[in-house]
Design a binder for this molecule. Structure first.
Ligand code: ATP
Length: 327
């Protein structure tokens, strides 16, 4: 029989992602539905260390479903990386009578949660909230769909101006170590090519793709670049291409932080709602040190250690599709 959970703390940590509010709302309402008190912890792990938390009620989370960002605020806490910092966090955890912790964030936040749980034998559950979609143990992370839609909308607009002036555009999207946003927006935005950290594409291969497109009377050219790709920044790549094809009129557009903001899509709201409820139900069933995920449209619980250690691969078939459609 699982230990009874009477009071849960919830926090958002690391990079913010649209849909985090929807996840907090779901954790709060599911907790109250099951007769569990819930505390909102502000500014990620810093809030746990400083005791910056308060009880949340059904109406505390009214009107946040549609809002981007996180009303609990997020932070990157240096202190939580130290044993002393985590000990202070545990003191506050106990002083406030908390029995379990729900952490909404990315792999770094889950590493911290895993260590905290092991050191103090505290039940923790992770909810994947990151636009990067780079966590194993779930098909999609909260915020990824919204970020892809934002990027795709921008690419559509850039394409209008690219075709009017017969320009080649390099559009840089977020993704330091993972090319999920790049691949998705390349297919959804009809890009001629994409350059992602996971694939060793060369400038020569890119140039030959561009020349083939020109020979086929391609009307507009948009190349998607993931910010962490091995060929350098989108400006570096644009410069190298210009050296080889000087007559091309080339422009660069870096989408940047606008990809993190905005009202979450329906898909992200539903995903966040499902995961938030599943986190509370998982804790009630005695789950701990796991990350909630959705795999093949079913809720799943993956050990946090596994979720953060296994590298999630881009779908080879989506790569193939992007290539077929880029001619
Ligand atoms: P994103 O994917 O958006 O960057 P993230 O959760 O991976 O989100 P990080 O900055 O890597 O973001 O981690 C968030 C916080 O988690 C850190 O500021 C730190 O407080 C905690 N954390 C990360 N790694 C560790 C660790 N090894 N030990 C303890 N705490 C950690």
């Amino acid at each position: 029989m699982a230990t009874e959970i009477k009071k849960i703390g919830v926090l958002t940590s690391g990079g913010d992602a649209p849909g985090m509010n929807a996840a907090v709302r779901a954790v709060v309402r599911a907790s109250i539905y099951y007769g569990i008190d819930v505390f909102g912890i502000y500014k990620g792990y810093d809030g746990l260390i400083n005791g910056n938390m308060e009880q949340l009620y059904v109406r505390s989370v009214s009107n946040i479903l549609s809002r981007g960002g996180t009303f609990l605020l997020s932070a990157r806490s240096k202190e939580f990386r130290t044993k002393e910092g985590r000990a202070k966090a545990y003191e506050n955890f106990k002083a406030n009578g908390l029995d379990a912790l729900v952490v909404i964030g990315g792999d770094g936040s889950f590493t911290g949660a895993d260590i905290f749980s092991q050191e103090f034998d505290v039940p923790v559950i992770g909810i994947p909230g990151t636009i990067d979609n780079d966590l194993s143990g779930t098909d999609f992370t909260i915020g990824y769909d919204t970020a892809c839609n934002t990027a795709r909308e921008a690419i559509d607009k850039i394409r209008d101006t690219a075709s009017s002036h017969e320009r080649l555009f390099f559009v840089e999207v977020m993704g330091r170590d993972a090319g999920f946003i790049a691949l998705n927006s390349a297919i959804g935005g009809g890009a001629v090519a994409m350059i992602v950290p996971e694939h060793n594409w060369s400038i020569d291969a890119l140039i030959s793709r561009l020349k083939k497109g020109a020979a086929n009377q391609k009307a507009s050219n948009v190349v998607i670049v993931a910010e962490g790709c091995h060929l350098g920044s989108s400006y570096d790549i644009a410069e190298k291409v210009k050296e080889h094809i000087p007559h091309y009129d080339i422009r660069v557009s870096v989408l940047g932080h606008l990809q993190r903001g905005g009202s979450p899509t329906t898909l992200d709201r539903v995903l966040a709602s499902r995961m938030g409820v599943a986190a509370v139900e998982g804790l009630r069933e005695g789950q701990s040190k796991v990350m909630v995920g959705v795999i093949n449209n079913k809720i799943s619980y993956t050990p946090i250690g596994e979720a953060i250690k296994t590298i999630k691969r881009l779908d080879d078939d989506e790569f193939r599709i992007a290539k077929i459609l880029s001619i």
